[in-house]
Design a protein around this ligand. Structure first.
Ligand code: PMP
Length: 352
């Protein structure tokens, strides 16, 4: 049997994976450390009993989109939902990227923006952030003038650096972009400001969000976008028919009935984030301020990858970002439960 090779333009590009090691304290993938509320599970089971499993799901995800629209004070035709916000990003690149078009990212940032661009045969132009990881508006203007990206990706709070972009800078990018601006707010609930307030049918802005973090539903793979109705209908043209299964539509809609519990969890994570930052301040590390559910830090006395291994030996898994461009020596830790964060700080103190 002779199989064809994969598309040559995929080259040797690797996927985006973090090793899942079976350890006691897993703080490497920015999930919620807590399961969803038990009331969610009970109500979901009741609702699932009513699903007609022999029928295709509601293709328009009407009820889920209505509930999301209500949550954000927009219309349902300004909401697009998909299998995780990664699929939302893929639909954006399918609809607005493609051969002969470019998208812009400002590195270091979420690796999947450039990766999905490549997968969709879109040129990914990678501008730089400043050394302190803030957005450099001169660099943004240069990249936009030179490449005319159809999508300019921002990530706020930015993964893996943790800081949110300055609202004035985001407004400037939106006002000057030659195409769409996509603000990835996968961690938006943990931040003080959201670009959601700027979404308007007359503005080339979309904001993406996920159920994977605050809603404790990473296993369910559900994300969405809020943006102009015209963009939403373009995204519907590239999504596969019935791409959003009935289970997910129900799970997301039921989750939205527990906004109070979700906000309590966000409060806990934000308090624990401050505790981690205070703990790191007592150790020989540089840590960056965070508006997300993770913290980026760089051990100053030892190499990042050595510290990663030493933490693993103590049963604590964090993300090794030490070899990523612009992040030499850095590690990223997800905020976990108070016990997990205690174990992390104790293990790190021991290692350093
Ligand atoms: N955007 C950012 C910035 C992320 O960090 C992640 C998760 N790693 C995603 C999007 C994807 O989230 P989802 O689980 O909704 O696909």
């Amino acid at each position: 049997m002779t199989l064809p090779g994969p598309r040559p333009d995929l080259g040797l590009r690797e996927g985006y994976h973090s090793p899942q090691v079976d350890v006691a304290v897993r703080l490497n993938t920015n999930e919620s450390p807590l399961p969803p509320p038990p009331e969610w599970t009970a109500r979901l089971q009741e609702e699932l009993a009513r699903v007609q499993w022999n029928r295709y799901p509601d293709r328009d995800a009407t009820e889920l989109r209505r509930a999301l629209a209500e949550l954000h004070g927009v219309r349902p035709d300004q909401v697009f939902a998909a299998n995780g916000s990664n699929e939302v990003l893929q639909c954006l690149c399918l609809a607005y990227g493609g051969p002969g078009r470019a998208v812009a990212t400002f590195e270091p940032t979420y690796a999947l923006h450039a990766h999905i661009a490549h997968l969709t045969s879109t040129e990914a132009v990678e501008g730089r952030r400043r050394a302190d990881f803030t957005l450099d508006l001169d660099e943004v203007a240069d990249v936009m003038a030179a490449h005319r990206p159809t999508i300019t990706f921002l990530c706020s709070p930015n993964n893996p650096t943790g800081m949110a972009d300055d609202p004035t800078a985001v407004r400037t990018v939106i006002d000057t972009a030659p195409g769409l601006v996509a603000v990835d707010e996968a961690y938006g609930q943990f931040a003080d400001w959201s670009a959601l307030s700027l979404v308007d049918d007359g503005r080339p802005l979309v904001v993406t969000r996920t159920f994977s973090k605050t809603w404790s539903m990473a296993a369910g793979r559900l994300g969405y976008l809020i943006g102009p109705a015209e963009v939403v209908s373009s995204l519907e043209r590239v999504a596969l028919p019935y791409h959003l299964d009935a289970f997910k539509q129900v799970a997301g809609r039921v989750a939205l009935q527990f906004v109070g519990q979700m906000e309590e969890r966000v409060g806990l994570i934000v308090r624990e984030r401050q505790r981690i930052l205070a703990g790191l301040a007592r150790l020989p590390v540089t840590a960056w301020p965070s508006q997300a559910n993770f913290v980026l830090f760089r051990p100053e006395s030892r190499k990042g990858d050595e510290v990663w291994t030493a933490l693993l030996e103590r049963g604590v898994l964090v993300r090794d970002t030490s070899s990523w461009p612009g992040l030499q020596g850095c590690l990223r830790v997800t905020v976990g439960t108070p016990e997990e964060n205690g174990s992390f700080l104790a293990a790190l103190g021991d290692v350093l």
